[in-house]
Design a protein around this ligand. Structure first.
Ligand code: URP
Ligand code: ZN
Ligand code: ZN
Ligand code: ZN
Length: 500
């Protein structure tokens, strides 16, 4: 055969273009884009007729927690429910071809390189998507920061995450500055979880003192102002170090988004992410009888309907570069490591401060966002794939359809109106979780095929998940190329004490 795979009669959508092209794939790469129908008779190992459906670069979910210890909840011995195997299996069934999840540094074994090895041991041979690691920094001691150079140059890990909340993970402002200074030197992008941990802990104590333990009080303990304050502080620290790039993760609050926008308008390399839970859930979802609201406990918490609208606008106007899942599930019924681990005889509706934070969402991210029809198709591709590839140093190998250059990582949707309405149920999902926060929600389309480096790994009508675990490979990543953020930084010293 001349080609391994041909996709004919599709409507290709990239970050910049929509066009009726056929695609030819050989040796894991897209090798040809041709006028629609022209490859229908090509010599190929397999021909897929997209029947007019959209063909896009595969989804890249650049924020997921897989097999991660729940160190963010005091005293918890839980782990996020999905393994590298089940989390990436769920990802392909939702149209994703790459996942970047965390390699969590442990304070007892703080070596970053040892952290990477430990995470490789969990992921190797188990994944259905290609994958990478963000190093989660819990202990920025000088020895660990010395390892950032090797992390970037030898391990191909070009991003780290730090926390301004969660007692076991929260960094002081001076520690944040040290991390940012090192990250800057090695062109490593720092993801920041911006919530004021000290104040939300204080509010939690105040709520408990009044006997307020139910899941809904998680929202009261984390008001939007704590997110906006920490976002502002992170931007201030970044600007002190000559505009060191940061990415503010999982932004939920419009006033935080506005602060980000002001910095961007001033030319600062401030990037931001939001997640489906801030587009599709509200704080009312935590206000259910009994413990049910725990299913929607994540941080920051879902906000209001008006806030959802503002966050959609932030995706449309580029305040947010990416829409990621922040997939961090805990089983609901699991009374040891799951959401119900905080229920005791004394506290029949649990204690919100001990509910493991996080939601499943790696499989529903693309169908929910696509079906909402709030974003232009090219914008949808940008925020779910192309920008993620650029942000984390995977572009143009991932997130694009450049012949001869891009991996044949694709998602093919059903033709318009072919499926009718699909009602999301947990039973149809491929994660290892006993609930979805989107149970019963209707979507108008779903990924029909997911193709990883030319191999069909998901065929919804032809058997579901088609590949075996291990088909996904670790990808080494380079510096971020989104908006040339490192270019300005390279031309400036990090900190000029004379100029302060
Ligand atoms: O509630 C959340 N977001 N859980 C995951 C951990 C994190 O902060 O991203
Ligand atoms: Zn260094
Ligand atoms: Zn976070
Ligand atoms: Zn997260």
């Amino acid at each position: 055969f001349e080609y391994d795979l041909v996709i004919t009669n599709g409507v290709c959508v990239t970050a910049s273009d929509i066009g009726a092209w056929d695609l030819a794939i050989k040796d894991e790469k897209i090798v040809l884009q041709a006028p629609t129908g022209s490859l229908a008779q090509a010599s190929a190992g397999r021909i897929i007729d997209a029947e007019g459906g959209y063909v896009m670069p595969g989804g890249i979910d650049c924020h997921a927690h897989l097999e991660e210890p729940a160190i963010f909840i005091k005293g918890s011995n839980g782990r996020s429910a999905d393994s590298w195997e089940t989390g990436t299996r769920s990802a392909v069934a939702g149209g994703n071809t790459s996942v970047i999840a965390f390699a969590p540094q442990q304070k007892s074994q703080p070596s970053l390189l040892a952290t990477v090895e430990r995470t490789h041991a969990l992921a190797t041979g188990n994944c259905y998507t290609d994958y990478g690691f963000h190093l989660l920094i819990a202990d920025p001691n000088p020895d660990a920061l010395q390892e950032l150079k090797a992390l970037k140059e030898e391990e191909g890990i070009s991003s780290i995450k730090i926390y301004m909340t969660y007692t076991a993970l929260q960094l002081r402002d001076d520690q944040i500055l040290s991390v940012l200074l090192h990250a800057r030197q090695h062109e490593i992008l720092t993801m920041v979880h911006a919530e004021n941990g000290d104040v939300l802990n204080w509010l939690t104590d105040q709520l408990e003192a009044q006997g307020k333990f139910a899941p809904k009080y998680h929202s009261n303990s984390r008001p939007p102002i704590l997110e906006a304050e920490a976002t502002n502080r992170a931007i201030a620290l970044s600007s002190l170090l000559a505009n060191t790039p940061i990415l503010l993760v999982h932004i939920s609050d419009p006033s935080a988004a506005n602060r980000i926008r002001v910095a961007q308008n001033a030319g600062q390399p401030i990037l931001a992410e939001t997640c489906p839970q801030y587009l599709f859930l509200t704080r009312d979802d935590l206000d259910k009888p009994g413990f049910e609201g725990a299913k929607c406990v994540c941080s920051p918490p879902p906000r209001t309907r008006a806030d959802q609208n503002a966050i959609w606008n932030g995706l449309a106007n580029d305040t947010f570069a990416v829409l990621s899942s922040d997939h961090c599930p805990f089983k609901f019924e699991d009374t040891v490591a799951g959401k119900k681990s905080c229920i005791t005889a004394e506290h029949p509706v649990g204690r919100f401060r001990y509910i493991p934070n996080g939601l499943p969402g790696i499989e529903t991210r693309l169908p929910l966002a696509f079906s909402a029809r709030r974003l232009a198709l090219t914008k949808f591709v940008q925020v779910t794939s192309t920008n993620a590839a650029k942000l984390y140093g995977l572009y143009p190998r991932k997130g694009s359809m450049i012949p001869g250059v891009s991996d044949a990582d694709l998602v093919i949707w059903y033709p318009e109106d072919r499926l009718g309405e699909v009602s999301i149920t947990n039973g149809m999902l491929h994660h290892d979780v006993d609930y979805t926060p989107y149970e019963g929600r209707k979507v108008g389309n779903w990924p029909r095929y997911t193709i990883l480096r030319g191999q069909v790994v998901w065929d919804r009508d032809g058997g579901g998940v088609m590949a075996s675990k291990g088909v996904g490979q670790f990808v080494k990543r380079g510096s971020s190329s989104l908006g040339n953020i490192w270019e300005t930084v390279r031309n400036h010293g990090p900190l000029d004490l004379e100029k302060l």
